[in-house]
Design a protein around this ligand. Structure first.
Ligand code: NAP
Length: 517
């Protein structure tokens, strides 16, 4: 199937880039697609979206591993402006989400502004022209505004294990599943017991000869309250949109009530803890195995997982949960610290993503040539309102630092951020602004407030390490308040929190207005 419909420019060769665009968007997941649709809706047609893959979808295009599904309710997992009456069940499988994104893209009429198969190689801020100079695999262009919607869970992280490069069998990461490889009758090792692993393991356990699951930290796993929608519900979603809105609103607010358990008092999560412990008792009969899968940190400190078949899968005859730490990988298998070698044909790394060391940050350099990665190394990953970083004028981040969620849908946060960017663009046009960036004071206040709030969250006090934290132990990924608070705080782009350079400036610095900090 050609995912780009009948548009020939998108099916094969890549149309050349124009020399200049008003807005260049990187990435065509929920963030980039939503941004494109809303730009067009606001009458901004001078934009381009570059995407290294060959279709829209982002994480939902890339994560096709067996069992891939969303652990956020379906009703929250669509744009508010494009509800999907077609979700078949309360938690959607990956393929349905990918189909939904394809369909939204097709119907939006914006695909002509996308360049698929084009990687964003470098973006450098040019102070003289007050523009971004962008290098891509399809050539160069300039842009007034750069929007990075490259995603926080897009770059697979391979485990740093001695000898892993010497393994002679098949090796794949959960986010780069090799569907051409048949696992039937194979001996398989899965490294990791996070959100991806708990979906993969039950799905492949019945197919493989033997499955070794390497667990470093036992996760909290709650029951998955998933069910197919009834015919009556599906009928109502399709013909009575108010019903679907009502479902969505009810689920949204129910999810928001979970926030205090993460951010104020973990004891509020006692019912979730109880349900998870019952899930273990239901799924596993062996007391020793029950003990080894019982987490030793506060629930919520890491992402809470949901599954009904994870524990039964670990209890199977052909599955072994290995809790002894991995010492090394040999050409034929995995050796644990007690000296045991378990030979396998396949090594599946369900080991997560680069989240606090985003690869795209190395490709973006701001004022003075400093890369975003270097800036964040020095000062910690931060962005004012989760969107803009000082020293990087006219750069907007979708799913920027501290915008992630553990309890609800990222689509809500993404839509908040898109509206924020649109308001910034509107005000830049209205005030004849060539460039802007947050004042040091505004960004510092924002970041300090977030980090102060973090101190009492379960992510800091819960006694675990997680991908939410950077090397210094700061949570630079999650939003520590309710999502509606984030929406309220980003509802309006406040120019007064930014240093601006006017368009008419002959020498940019001459007209630079430093805001009091
Ligand atoms: P993850 O949650 O970061 O889990 C990685 C797992 O690999 C952890 O169990 C980790 O152990 C283990 N690990 C990493 N390096 C290791 C090493 N060197 N040796 C042994 N074990 C190692 O990654 P993920 O499962 O891919 O999920 C990442 C995020 O993607 C999730 O938190 C979620 O936000 C998202 N996701 C969502 C869904 C969904 O349903 N919506 C599904 C999948 C993923 P430790 O715990 O000890 O670090």
């Amino acid at each position: 199937m050609n995912p780009h419909g009948d548009d020939p420019s998108l099916a094969g060769t890549v149309a050349p880039l124009p020399p200049h665009v008003a807005v260049l968007v990187v990435g065509a997941g929920f963030g980039g697609l939503g941004m494109a649709i809303k730009l067009a809706e606001k009458g901004v047609h001078d934009f381009l979206v570059v995407e290294r893959a060959d279709e829209v979808g982002g994480t939902w295009r890339d994560n096709t591993y067996p069992g891939a599904a969303c652990d956020v309710p379906s009703q929250l997992y669509s744009f508010s402006f494009a509800l999907n009456p077609g979700w078949s069940r309360s938690f959607s499988p990956q393929a349905e989400i990918q189909d939904y994104l394809r369909e939204v893209a097709q119907e939006s009429g914006v695909l002509g502004r996308f360049r698929f198969g084009v990687s964003f190689d470098q973006g450098a801020w040019d102070e003289d022209s007050q523009r971004w100079r962008v290098r891509t695999s399809a050539g160069e262009c300039t842009a007034d505004v750069l929007v990075s919607a490259a995603g926080a869970l897009s770059e697979p992280k391979m485990p740093d294990i001695d000898g892993i490069g010497s393994f002679q069998g098949a090796v794949f990461h959960s986010a780069r599943w090799n569907h051409a490889y048949d696992l039937s009758g194979k001996r398989v090792a899965v490294i990791g017991t996070g959100a991806s692993s708990v979906q993969i393991v039950p799905e492949i356990a019945g197919q493989v000869e033997r499955l070794d699951v390497y667990q470093r930290t036992a996760p909290w796993v709650m029951p998955r309250r998933d069910r197919p929608y009834t015919r009556a519900e599906l009928f109502a979603f399709r013909h009575l949109p108010g019903v679907q809105r009502l479902y969505r609103t009810a689920i949204f607010w129910a999810r928001e009530t979970m926030v205090p358990a993460f951010t104020i008092n973990p004891k509020l999560a006692a019912p979730a803890k109880k349900a998870s412990l019952a899930n273990i008792r239901r799924g596993i009969s062996d007391p020793d195995l029950r003990e080894r899968v019982t987490p030793h940190f506060e629930i919520g400190c890491k992402r809470i997982l949901i599954s009904n078949d994870w524990y039964p899968a670990l209890d199977r005859e052909n599955v072994e949960l290995v809790t002894e730490p991995i010492a090394k990988v040999t050409p034929s298998g995995v050796v644990t610290e007690d000296g045991t070698e378990r030979e396998v044909d396949v090594l599946v790394n369900a080991t997560g993503f680069h989240t606090t060391d985003l690869p795209i940050a190395h490709r973006i350099s701001g004022r003075g040539g400093l890369t975003l990665a270097r800036q964040w190394e020095r000062e910690g990953m931060s962005a004012h309102k989760g969107a803009m970083t000082r020293g990087f004028p006219n750069l907007f981040l979708i799913v920027g630092p501290n915008t992630g969620l553990g309890h609800s849908s990222m689509v809500f946060m993404i839509e908040s951020q898109i509206a924020y960017v649109l308001d910034a663009l509107r005000q830049m046009r209205a005030r004849d602004i060539a460039s802007l960036e947050p004042t040091r004071g505004a960004q510092d206040r924002w970041t300090k407030d977030i980090q102060r709030r973090m101190e009492r969250t379960v992510w800091h006090t819960g006694g675990c390490s997680s991908w939410y934290l950077d090397a210094q132990g700061r949570n630079v990924t999650l939003w520590p308040r309710t999502t509606f608070r984030f929406r309220a705080l980003t509802a309006r782009f406040d120019v007064h929190e930014h240093d601006v350079t006017a368009h008419h400036a002959s020498r940019p610095d001459a007209d630079r207005v430093e805001q009091p900090t």
